[in-house]
Unconditional design. Structure first.
Length: 206
């Protein structure tokens, strides 16, 4: 089955299953039932079993899932068996905070460079990856084979920068800019709108 045929919500839940399995491994738990794994991931057991059938048959009736084996299968399915190179565009307050976040590598991703319209020496001294000008992006992405980017630029510049990313060969964009991007078929955009999420929380706590 092609990756395109797998629902995006299923892929999202695979990440939840993977994180749950990692916690089990840390606690030296070798096997887990579908009910226990589903509960840890916040889904129903039937949903868990349905999601996993996209990638083959897992588990043994009466014994559950082998934590190590299933974790390995999900690592392979999610494409995080080795560190995936990622670039970040927009080194403002949010972009700088993302560059200092140490959790990406634990999940199989490495930000290998940052790009900004004004890469000042002061900003470069504060981050641990090369800080490059936008005109260097296309060559860098092509040379390093990068396929994913984090976009943390103002909304007014987001579409223009997204166009540059797509032209350079980027196929996946994690968009922190509060605007919807128009991209060609074959390019995937995941939107993270922090203000929108806060508005959603505000509704439910009223």
């Amino acid at each position: 089955m092609s990756r395109q045929a797998i629902p995006r919500k299923t892929v999202y839940r695979l990440s939840l299953y993977y994180r749950s399995l990692q916690r089990l491994k840390l606690n030296r738990i070798a096997t887990v039932s579908s009910a226990a794994l589903a509960k840890a991931a916040g889904v129903k057991p039937t949903q868990l079993r349905k999601d996993l059938t996209y990638f083959g048959q897992f588990g043994t009736r009466g014994l559950g899932y082998d934590v190590e084996a299933l974790s390995g299968k999900l690592t392979e399915a999610l494409g995080t068996a080795r560190l995936q190179p990622v670039i970040l565009v927009g080194v403002g307050n949010l972009g700088a905070a993302l560059l200092h976040y140490g959790g990406f590598a634990k999940e199989g991703f490495e930000i290998i460079a940052a790009f900004d319209s004004d890469p000042s020496p002061k900003s470069a001294a504060e981050i641990r990856v090369p800080l490059l000008a936008m005109h260097e992006l296309h060559h860098f992405v092509e040379e390093r084979g990068v396929k994913m980017a984090i976009l943390a630029v103002p909304a007014t510049a987001a579409q223009e920068v997204a166009n540059v990313l797509v032209q350079a060969g980027i196929l996946g964009i994690l968009n922190f800019s509060p605007t919807l991007l128009q991209v060609p078929d074959g390019v995937v955009v995941n939107n993270v709108d922090l203000a929108l999420e806060l508005e959603n929380l505000s509704y439910f706590i009223r």
